[in-house]
Design a protein around this ligand. Structure first.
Ligand code: HEC
Ligand code: HEC
Length: 337
């Protein structure tokens, strides 16, 4: 009798263990599924689309789009520097230091709103803001269009690719944006791990991933395979006059000092960090999050002291480092002249 009871108890224990292990495995799988990138977009075979992307790429690398012909888009969104510029704050056409750091353009196609404060509704809307802004490329729209039109290679390309519309503000925007939409993240060690290669990232990085989704609360905002919710938050770090999205919505308490959540793909390549380049390295980023930032009404409810141990902080950094891929080399176009 006693033996039977003991057997029954052990059987029950075994069953609960199996059920809870399966539940845990299911939870792990559900979590990992959120980090699986969609299959790569189909290679564009349509030659018209291909030529539009190539035209956009050439314009992106062409410094005639700045007042003194010193800056192309690629000066600040440089493929060698993970499509940023490696500076705390961007330097415009007139050697003028801008208020903001140049963000990466990796996976920019999937952002619902653009700019650190979300003032741009789509990729197209950024182009002439960059070209004609005094602080940035400092070239009025009409002059930009006439400079492009004076280069025969450009004029014929626009007439060929846009037979009904030719060269105009909207076709320039469309061409450059179609190139920008091809700037996408590649396969990082983290992606190989998500795909099932257990050895692709270290045990410390795996622990860092658990912290990222758990105790450290990072995934509340840096969510999914793009590592951004595309939204705006005050993480309690910004001081100064720039109140980010708050300037566009002055009555909203929560949007004061709210800036766009940046992607974390390739993040180890893109120091210094934040909209104003005020944080020099990943170690300092983690220290700030662990301290919890400035306690004020606008601070996000997900931000506050985290109580991470020294080892846990190193695990988080190890995890962030696994998001860096070895990119395919980018060929630089020969400019038509
Ligand atoms: C002098 C440096 C500089 C140049 C040149 C420059 N940008 Fe930018 N770019 C920036 C900065 C700084 C921001 C952030 C602006 C903001 O948040 O208001 C930005 C933001 C962007 C964004 C939004 C990215 C995001 O994550 O929200 C896109 C897209 C972009 N630039 C494309 C371009 C294109 C296209 C050109 C060329 C026509 C260009 N940039 C030229 C510095 C530059
Ligand atoms: C409440 C939302 C939120 C949470 C939670 C959060 N972040 Fe952020 N993160 C942001 C925003 C917004 C920025 C940009 C702030 C700025 O530019 O001033 C940012 C910036 C960063 C940057 C700099 C990236 C760059 O290109 O400048 C890193 C790295 C980073 N976060 C990592 C983390 C880690 C690690 C955690 C967890 C410990 C975390 N974040 C938690 C919203 C969040």
């Amino acid at each position: 009798m006693r033996i039977a009871a003991a057997l029954l108890v052990s059987l029950l224990l075994l069953l609960t263990a199996v059920v809870s292990r399966t539940a845990m495995a299911q939870a792990d799988r559900d979590l990992l599924a959120k980090y699986k990138p969609p299959p790569p977009a189909q290679i564009q075979n349509d030659p018209r689309v291909r030529s539009k992307i190539d035209l956009g790429k050439t314009l992106f690398f062409d410094p005639i789009l700045s007042g003194t012909s010193s800056h192309s888009c690629a000066t600040c969104h440089n493929p060698s520097l993970s499509w940023g510029d490696g500076l705390p704050r961007a330097i415009g056409d007139d050697n003028n230091v801008m208020q903001l750091r140049a963000p990466t353009l990796i996976d920019v196609y999937q952002l619902p709103r653009l700019g650190w404060d979300g003032k741009f509704r789509d990729i197209e809307a950024v182009t002439f803001a960059a070209i004609s802004s005094r602080a940035n490329m400092d070239l009025p729209e009409q002059q930009a269009l006439s400079r492009i039109g004076q280069v025969p290679g450009y004029l014929s390309a626009f007439n060929e690719i846009f037979p009904d519309r030719g060269l105009s503000r909207s076709t320039v925007e469309e061409a450059i944006a179609s190139f920008e939409r091809t700037i996408v993240s590649g396969t990082a060690p983290f992606d190989r791990w998500v795909a099932g290669d257990d050895k692709a990232i270290s045990a410390s990085a795996q622990h860092g991933f658990a912290l990222f989704n758990g105790k450290a609360r990072c995934a509340s905002c840096h969510s999914g395979w793009t590592f951004t919710d595309g939204s705006f938050h005050d993480i309690g770090i910004a001081k100064g006059n720039d109140i980010g999205r708050g300037a566009l919505f002055p009555t909203s308490v929560k949007l004061r000092y709210a800036f766009k959540t940046p992607t974390l793909r390739d993040v180890a390549h893109r120091a210094p960090y934040m909209h104003d380049g005020s944080v020099p390295d990943l170690r300092s980023v983690i220290v700030l999050y662990n301290e919890g930032g400035i306690d004020r009404p606008s601070r996000s409810e997900f931000i506050g002291p985290l109580g991470l141990s020294e080892e846990e902080q190193l695990d988080l950094i190890a995890f962030l480092n696994t998001l860096t891929e070895t990119p395919d080399p980018v060929s630089v176009p020969v400019l038509p002249r």
